[in-house]
Design a protein around this ligand. Structure first.
Ligand SMILES: *Cc1c(COP(=O)(O)O)cnc(C)c1O
Length: 394
């Protein structure tokens, strides 16, 4: 089979909801992937930040295979060990009180929204159910998380959308103050807006959010679906902002490439959802959780995380030396690249892929989310491809 055979079959039978690149990937190891034509690529995308330890990481693979040989799924009517182990690890690493497991980022955010509404209604009455989110945010593809997403392009086609969200401009403290009243149960943020263009919130703004939340007994929800699990150089991104949100949602990097979402709840909200209030058939799947535990064992230590920071600084320095690049944004290994005006990021992305580099875009930027354990050798190879592509466009 060649790339074109896979692409043809996909186009015949899979719904056309994605603008895919003209490549069908067959296998991979670390930060390298091979397509069906035998062509090799350096991976600066990690399956959109999911393959946090690259393709087929050895310990992850061992954990997944050995759990699949023992017990693959039971439903949530029974206790299983891998989910309990993973939840214990997450709580001990982060200081949160308990965890709910689902299967995706959107599902984690849906659960967080349910917790916030129930908490608001129980503590302050039935009108306290509004959630403030930020303009240019991204929180998922379900009808409610589309509503939470503060971008008009996502509020089309699927009416009626879920009510009860209000959007404020990121980093505008006055607008936030004006929006807060006694109907607000939560404020929900991404520390670094990922899909919105890899834009980090200012520390001052996040502190102001934390203060207003404490002052008015409003919950702070951090959507760390993309920023969590070491991506920005600390285990959770909130550590760098010096805040401890009531609820943190996780997904992308947690499963090492298998689907999982998680809601971390602090002591204020840990008991808001009781039996019958929420659930998920596949949530906490033993195979996925065993793999995620192997991811945490490697990522959640200070040596690994300081290497992530060093690699991020190295990449940022190297990129700033490239004349065609005008600005680097984001935190850690969540990297946004603005190109000088004559370039179109989507075209450059397609050219990079033709030249053997898998790289992403976000809005008008190039975006990099390399595996957290990528080697300096692979980093240099990838950056050289990007340089060649940009240089050839003069
Ligand atoms: C990707 C992403 C989501 C959605 O995650 P899914 O797993 O695709 O549902 C939500 N929030 C943020 C910040 C994301 O980056």
């Amino acid at each position: 089979m060649a790339n074109k055979d896979v692409i043809e079959k996909d186009k015949s039978y899979i719904a056309h909801t994605y603008n895919r690149f003209n490549v069908a990937l067959k296998n991979g190891f670390g930060a390298r992937a091979i397509d069906f034509n035998g062509k090799a690529y350096i991976d600066f995308g990690s399956g959109i930040g999911t393959n946090s330890l690259g393709f087929c990481n050895e310990q992850w693979l061992e954990a997944v295979i050995s759990q699949a040989q023992q017990l693959q799924h039971t439903s949530n009517l029974f206790y299983t060990l891998p989910g309990a182990n993973l939840a214990e690890m997450l709580c001990k690493i982060t200081g949160y009180a308990n965890v709910f497991f689902g299967n995706s980022g959107a599902e984690a955010n849906e659960g967080a929204i349910k917790i916030a509404r129930k908490y608001g209604i129980e503590t302050k009455g039935k009108d306290c159910n509004k959630i403030i989110t930020l303009k240019n945010s991204f929180h998922g593809r379900t009808v409610t998380t589309l509503s939470a997403t503060g971008q008009d392009v996502f509020h089309q086609h699927f009416f009626p959308f879920t009510e009860g969200f209000q959007y404020v401009g990121a980093n505008d403290i006055q607008e936030l103050y004006n929006a807060v009243d006694n109907t607000v149960c939560a404020i929900m943020i991404e520390f670094v807006q990922g899909e919105g263009g890899v834009i980090a919130l200012s520390k001052e703004y996040v502190k102001a959010i934390e203060n207003i939340c404490k002052e008015k007994n409003i919950l702070l929800i951090a959507d760390e679906v993309q920023t969590g699990i070491g991506r920005t150089g600390t285990f959770l991104c909130c550590e760098q902002y010096g805040v401890f949100p009531n609820i943190i949602t996780l997904a992308k990097g947690l499963g090492g490439g298998l689907p999982i979402g998680a809601i971390l709840a602090d002591k204020t909200v840990k008991d808001v959802l009781q039996a019958g209030h929420h659930g998920s058939t596949f949530g906490g799947n033993p195979v996925v959780c065993a793999g995620a535990a192997a991811v945490l064992k490697q990522i959640a230590n200070s040596d690994f995380l300081s290497e992530v920071k060093q690699k991020a600084e190295y990449i940022r320095r190297e990129l700033l030396d490239i004349a065609e690049i005008s600005e680097i944004t984001g935190l850690g290994l969540m990297i946004g690249i603005s190109l000088s005006e004559k370039f179109n990021a989507s075209e450059i992305d397609a050219d990079c892929i033709d030249n053997g580099l898998l790289i992403l875009t976000a809005k008008s930027k190039l975006r990099m989310l390399p595996p957290l354990n990528i080697s300096y050798y692979e980093i240099n190879e990838g950056i050289n491809i990007l340089k060649t592509v940009l240089g050839s466009k003069k």
